[in-house]
Design a protein around this ligand. Sequence first.
Ligand code: G16
Length: 550
Amino acid sequence: MATIDVEEVRRLSDLHPKPALIRFQYGTAGFRTLGNTLDSVLFRVGIIAGLRSKKLDGKTIGVMVTASHNPEPDNGVKLVDPRGEMLESSWETHATTFSNAATTEDFLFVLDAFVKTAKIDLSKPARVVYARDTRPSGPALVSAFEDGLKAIGAEGRDAGVTTTPILHYLVRSINTKGTKDAYGEDSEQGYFAKLSEAFKKLVAGRATPPPLVIDCANGVGAPAAAKLSGLVKENLLLVLENTSTTTPGALNNSCGADYVKTAQKLPPSLASKLNAGQRGCSLDGDADRLMYFYIDEGGKFHMLDGDKIAALVAAFIVELVKTAGLEGQLNIGVVQTAYANGASTKYLAERLPVKCVPTGVKHLHHAAEHYDIGVYFEANGHGTVLFSPTSQDKLTTYEPSTPAQSTALTHLINLMQLINQTVGDALSDMLLVEVVLAHKSYSGVEWDSLYADLPNRLVKVVVADRTIFKTQDAERQLVSPPGLQKKIDEIVQRYDGGRSFVRPSGTEDVVRVYAESIFRPQADELAFRIAGLVYDETGGDPAQRPKEFM
Ligand code: G16
């Protein structure tokens, strides 16, 4: 059995020393912090990606270098398992352990122990495909990562600068190539061809809608949306805004999906770009989240978030399944998190089974796999639809008995091609929304009127140490710091239809506070009160004490 080339690992590891005093953590979406502290993490991720591939008999593992919605100085990295899904959670712990070994010698010790306990056959091949977003810190981090691949003898395929969902697509396509589960051609071109062809079939014969304005967050979604635009222009005109991928500091700055969701406002840069009633949408920095919006005749901003996307899409799929004659034969369900607006949960639960899980696509994805067709969306616009192997078999072998059944069935089959089932994908989701709007002849107004959102507010609180915050019940209850949940409950009960919860972010050094109520001023006040309580009880940066934000 082959062994680790200890001298080579030592030599390369010495080039990527771990900074003292920083404790890294594989969080909600991998490692994420200031880009200039991540060099050693990237080197070690290269090694762990190689080991993961060896452990899985040479299957290709994905690695994405991105900090998604975070500001530009941040960066991050996450691993993608062979079917394009997030890394198995036990390996998240191993990745954290690797990243925190203080010295090269400590790292060699941890590495050797892990190879033995995980019984990794080092003679197996290792294959890794990787990509990065447009952040300036990306190239140096990729270079550190490549040293990690070299140290473990893994074969790397550089997918260049691309979106997170495209990287997930590539992983699955590479691993299923030539099998009955082949997912698509393993190239960016193959991805765009798959999506655009399915989209064209789904909207054939429908009226061309007014142009859709896309806020690309000045990130990697800009070049990707430009490629897509050229392929779908006969059916859908895309107007790309915030495409400055090389302007320092522009990424996610007062634009993008996270800005829209948190500020509940139109990005200022779009103020003169959107006519009344016209649809607009925002991507985030790596194009895995999507928020829609429109401005009404009175100039009021209306946000169509992940919950509204889930409602639109789930209702459409239920209708198609029924029309196809498959009602009762496919079990359809929706997965949300505690951030889902109470009104959306009510709307969906009246029609379908709805499950609530902790934040993080990995949790939603796994829960959605329990349905034949699982629709999952986080309120922040991150989500997709999964068709289980059973439903795929059923849909492809079912024999419709009427022309209407046949048409609905064809639409469902094309939807399976259009939807990126590996992970939330802003561009795929955008085409999906456009398909439903075209089929239903909905503008943003009709879509928005499916249900009325309960007024809500999301606030970030900078505290001294967010690791003291521990939750239970799908993050709806705090168990630590002790006694804080009781105080939250006491405040919440004073508000009509009040609901609030507090949880530590897994991607930013903050604690998040969510609040909703049946009246706008109360939702804002509740969020502010709870944020103030969290700050006062746990200590925080005085300059960052939550201020009134109405
Ligand atoms: C990531 C995850 C999402 C999560 C978000 C915020 O999104 O993929 O599932 O909702 O972080 O997580 P947290 O509240 O723990 O910071 P992205 O788009 O930043 O990769």
